[in-house]
Design a protein around this ligand. Structure first.
Ligand code: CO
Length: 292
């Protein structure tokens, strides 16, 4: 080619190259952006209980509009059941690997557990392991559970008082059902009850699998001459424990045990994650992690 043509051809080549580069930059990026939130819960297979998770997702989306939200489930039993129902259900480590592959560089893991028991500590281990072998991920943090710091305890106590049905009279008891555990963090339940009872001696927190159980709570109800008790959940979703242990018709459900002692029961089948004042605690934990 003649010397006079060289410059225009070079220009055209540069333009073509620039155009190709622009198209590539505009092609679909990994999800939307590089920051992701991974919400981790035990999970539920009750479709009626899904309302709680839907509310969590709505609230967190509203607070962090530009961030992709993913879910993971700590219970293998729940993951298997969800898979049978044709739903995607990843374990925390599967979800983290997937997010790394998709190009997320900042991952905020939020535990949606209630207390820092076995499930939560396993999750911490998974996150720590991932921190050390995570390829392109620059930052990964874990926040939660609901009762993490002393200020979360205070907020949870306030949230409980705010969500007690207005129809409840002060001489009627409110019995909250926590899950409970053999892990030492079970102490969070009686600690929270102590806090609540400073303002309202008729609020109780019992647990299905830890201390105190229904027998201890019944003793306290009788001591306070309670004739009516509202049964509420201190679990994020109203699944099996709500429908069977709390309000079921079996003779060993809390409702049956209290009713057999002459106490009228008013069960409320709602997980606490259906109420915004509780979800706000998780939102503020995430916000603090993001601000750091
Ligand atoms: Co359970």
């Amino acid at each position: 080619m003649g010397k006079g043509l060289f410059k225009p051809v070079l220009m055209i080549l540069i333009l073509i190259f620039a155009a190709v580069a622009t198209v590539q930059a505009g092609s679909p990026q990994p999800e939307d952006g590089k920051t992701g939130i991974l919400l981790v819960t035990f999970g539920t297979t009750f479709s009626e209980a899904q309302a709680a998770f839907d509310n969590v997702e709505t609230e967190i989306k509203a607070a962090f509009a530009d961030t992709t939200i993913k879910w993971a489930y700590t219970s293998e039993m729940i993951r298997d059941k969800m898979a049978q129902q044709g739903k995607t259900a990843l374990s925390p480590s599967q979800a983290l690997e997937e997010m790394a592959e998709q190009g997320f560089t900042k991952i905020f893991v939020q535990s949606l557990h209630t207390i820092a028991g076995y499930e939560y500590h396993d999750l911490v281990k998974t996150v720590r392991m991932f921190e050390h072998n995570s390829g392109g991920v620059e930052k990964i943090t874990i926040t939660g559970p609901l009762l993490a710091a002393p200020e979360d305890m205070a907020k949870a106590a306030r949230a409980i008082r705010e969500t007690i049905p207005e129809e409840r009279a002060s001489n009627e008891a409110v019995v909250l059902l926590g899950h409970g555990t053999h892990h030492p963090s079970n102490a969070a339940y009686p600690a929270l009850m102590w806090r609540l009872q400073r303002d309202d001696k008729n609020i109780f927190i019992g647990t299905v699998e830890g201390y105190p159980g229904p027998d201890v709570i019944l003793e306290q109800l009788e001591k306070n001459n309670i004739s009516t008790a509202w049964l509420m959940l201190f679990m994020s979703v109203a699944g099996d424990h709500a429908r069977n242990d709390m309000a079921g018709d079996d003779k060993d459900s809390w409702k049956s045990v209290f009713e057999a002692a002459g106490i009228e029961c008013k069960p409320v089948l709602k997980g606490f994650a259906e109420y915004d004042p509780f979800v706000d605690i998780w939102v503020s934990q995430l916000q603090t992690a993001m601000d750091q």
